[in-house]
Design a protein around this ligand. Structure first.
Ligand code: KG4
Ligand code: ZN
Length: 341
C-alpha cells in the first residue's frame, strides 16, 4: 500500500512515496534556484517553476516506488503557503487521484512537518510537544493522544527561519540564510556580539524575532555605511554566531517550558531550522538535562519534503488522526488554543 505525497507550498517542488508502515520508498525534492538573486521567495516565480517541474518530479517519485499503478492514495498540501504555489501541487494531485481512481487526502503543511518526527521515529507516541521552526512558521504545539494539535505559542512577527534569511541578506550572504549562517557561526572564534532574547523572561510561550533582526541591523549600521568591509570575514562570522545564539536560546528555553507546562515527556523539533547542527546539539543537551525524549528528523526530513505529506496523508486516511479532510486550498491555517487540563 503506497501513498504518493505532493508538496508545493513554498519553493520546493517535491513528491514522495511512503508505504502504510511509514517506509520512505522515494522522496524527490527540487529546490527552486530562481529566488537566490532576490534574497527571498518571489511568489509568482515560485508558481511558474512548480508548474514546470511538478510532472517530472511526481513521475520520478512514482517510478522509484514501482510506478503509478502501485499508488493507492494521493496526498497533497492544501494549506498554509503561497496560494499560487499550493494551487499547482494540489490541482495536479487532485487530477492525478481522479485519473487513477484513488482517494485524495489534503494535508496541512505545518502538521505534516510534525509528522516527519513520526517517520523518523516510529516509536514516538503522543502526547508530546512539537516545535515547528521553519521559514514561514515558528509555533509550539501540544499534540494530544488523538494526534490533535493545539497551539501553545507562536511568533508574533517573523518566523525564525525568516529572520535567518533576512539577517543573511543584510550581510550579503545569499538565500536561504540558514545554512550559510550555520557555517559562518561555526567558524567564529572569540566573543560574539550579544543580541536581545525577546520575551524570554515573560511567562508567555510566544516568540518575537523582528526586534532581534533590527538589533542586528543597528549593530551593522553603527559601523557605518561600509559595515561589511569594517567587519571583515571574522566579524561577519561573529555576528552570525551572536544572532544564532540569541534565536536558539529562546527556542530551547520555551520548548522546555512548554514540555513542563503540559507535563509532556516527548518533544519533536521539526521544520527547516531544525536542520541546523548547533540547534540539534543544544536541544540534545536540554533534553538530556530535562529527561525529555527528543526527536529531531534528519535534515532532509526537516526542510520541505513530500515524504512527511504522504505519511500524514496515510495516517489521516487510515483513521485515528482527528480533523476534517477538506479537499480545498487555503493560504492560512488556524489552530485551537492549548488549554491546560
Ligand atoms: O521548512 P522549510 O524548508 O520551509 C518552510 O516551511 O518555511 O524551512 C525553510 C527555512 C528557511 O528560512 C531556511 O533559511 C531555514 O529553514 N533553514 C535553516 C537551515 N536550513 C534551512 N535555518 C538554520 N540553519 C539551517 N541549517
Ligand atoms: Zn515547511
Amino acid at each position: 500500500m503506497i501513498a504518493l505525497g505532493i508538496e508545493t507550498s513554498c519553493d520546493e517542488t517535491s513528491a514522495a512515496a511512503v508505504d502504510d508502515r511509514g517506509r520512505i520508498l522515494s522522496n524527490v525534492v527540487h529546490s527552486q534556484q530562481v529566488h537566490g538573486q532576490f534574497g527571498g521567495v518571489v511568489p509568482e516565480l515560485a508558481s511558474r517553476d512548480h508548474l514546470k517541474k511538478i510532472a517530472s518530479v511526481a513521475e520520478q517519485a512514482a517510478s522509484e516506488a514501482g510506478g503509478l499503478a502501485a499508488v493507492d492514495l494521493v496526498a497533497a498540501t492544501g494549506s498554509p503557503g503561497l496560494m499560487g504555489a499550493l494551487l499547482v501541487g494540489h490541482s495536479f494531485a487532485s487530477a492525478l487521484a481522479a485519473s487513477l481512481g484513488k482517494p485524495l487526502v489534503t494535508v496541512n503543511h505545518v502538521e505534516a512537518h510534525v509528522w516527519a518526527a513520526f517517520l523518523q521515529d516510529p516509536g514516538l507516541e503522543p502526547p508530546l510537544v512539537a516545535l515547528v521552526v521553519s521559514g514561514g512558521h515558528t509555533s509550539l504545539f501540544h499534540m494530544d493522544s488523538g494526534y490533535r494539535l493545539s497551539l501553545m505559542g507562536r511568533t508574533l512577527d517573523d518566523a525564525a527561519g525568516e529572520a535567518f534569511d533576512k539577517v543573511a541578506k543584510m550581510m550579503g550572504l545569499g538565500y536561504p540564510g540558514g545554512p550559510v549562517i550555520e557555517r559562518r557561526a561555526a567558524a567564529s572564534a572569540g566573543k560574539p556580539p550579544r543580541f536581545p532574547r525577546a520575551l524570554l523572561d515573560e511567562g508567555s510561550l510566544d516568540f518575537s524575532f523582528s526586534g532581534l533582526k533590527t538589533a542586528v541591523l543597528n549593530h551593522l549600521l553603527s559601523l557605518g555605511d561600509a559595515y561589511l568591509s569594517r567587519l571583515g570575514p571574522d566579524g561577519i562570522d561573529g555576528v552570525c554566531r551572536g544572532f544564532q545564539d540569541a534565536v536558539f536560546d529562546v527556542l530551547a528555553d520555551k520548548a522546555a517550558r512548554a514540555a513542563e507546562l503540559s507535563r509532556c515527556r516527548a518533544l519533536a523539533v521539526v521544520g527547516g531550522v531544525a536542520a541546523n547542527g548547533e540547534l540539534r546539539r543544544r536541544f540534545g543537551e536540554m533534553a538530556a538535562r530535562e529527561g525529555i525524549k527528543l526527536v529531531v528528523p534528519t535534515p532532509d526530513l526537516c526542510t520541505d519534503n513530500a515524504a512527511m505529506v504522504a505519511w500524514n496523508g496515510w495516517r489521516r486516511h487510515i483513521g485515528g488522526v482527528s480533523g476534517p479532510n477538506e479537499n480545498t486550498v487555503k493560504s492560512r491555517a488556524q489552530w485551537p488554543q492549548y488549554r491546560r487540563a
